[in-house]
Design a protein around this ligand. Structure first.
Ligand SMILES: [Zn+2]
Length: 229
């Protein structure tokens, strides 16, 4: 399954929601206090999905001895289009279902989960959220990695696969590429994730606390050889 995701830094778009149509629910989680906002009619169904995605993510981290610093986090599921939002044009035009702003605001667009992610809505929504929680995790563990989109997207994609117990299936095109060549295509995301698949999960979580970005990128070919003949 191919999915595109994105994260944004520092950009504090003021997302205005119609409060008559929205529910705001406060949740206590292993990531800290979560403010979940969603269309009123969906909240009853979605809250257990949000809690489960957070539970799965923290269970994965706990398995490798990582206690993520607890901080406030907002998760917003929006209806409608993103045309009125202050976002980069490429993001408006592409089919990205979710992103993280400033490290502590996850925004997911309901229509895009339907249109851009294959599968039923509930599991697609959870997958998008788990990917975004990967970004949140990296923000909390290594704030200085924000400068590098390859590393961030690679980590979040790796996190998503690990939490969901999925194995990447690489195309011949990826296998024949010697460089990461990060772009916003599905292949770009998977290639960036290979940086992290070069290590065992416990080593990834150790490595990100110590390694320099260039050292991490050097692991790409090792990750590539793991899944290609
Ligand atoms: Zn992402």
């Amino acid at each position: 399954m191919f999915i595109l995701f994105v994260f944004l830094f520092g950009q504090e778009s003021d997302i205005k929601l119609d409060t008559r149509q929205q529910t705001r629910i406060e949740l206590s989680t292993k990531f800290g206090r979560v403010i979940f906002k969603s269309p009123r009619k969906d909240s009853e169904k979605l809250v257990p999905l949000v809690l489960d995605a957070i539970r799965q993510s923290s269970k994965f981290l706990a398995k490798y001895g990582v206690n993520i610093p607890q901080k406030d986090l907002s998760i917003t599921l929006m209806e409608g289009s993103v045309d009125h939002l202050d976002l980069p044009e490429w993001l408006k035009k592409s089919c990205h279902p979710g992103w993280v702003q400033g490290g502590d605001k996850v925004i997911i667009i309901k229509r895009r989960v339907h249109d851009c992610v294959p599968g039923d809505f509930d599991s697609s929504f959870q997958r998008v959220l788990i990917h975004e929680l990967g970004h949140v995790t990296l923000f909390r563990l290594r704030e200085d990695f924000w400068v590098d989109q390859e590393v961030h997207e690679g980590f979040a994609t790796w996190f998503e696969y690990q939490v969901l117990g999925l194995t990447p299936v690489l195309t011949d095109k990826i296998c024949s590429s010697k460089n990461i060549n990060f772009d916003l295509s599905p292949d770009g995301y998977l290639r960036a994730a290979l940086i992290f698949f070069a290590f065992t999960p416990s080593d990834v979580l150790k490595v990100i606390s110590t390694a320099q970005i260039n050292e991490l990128k050097a692991a790409y070919r090792k990750g590539l050889s793991k899944f290609c003949n």
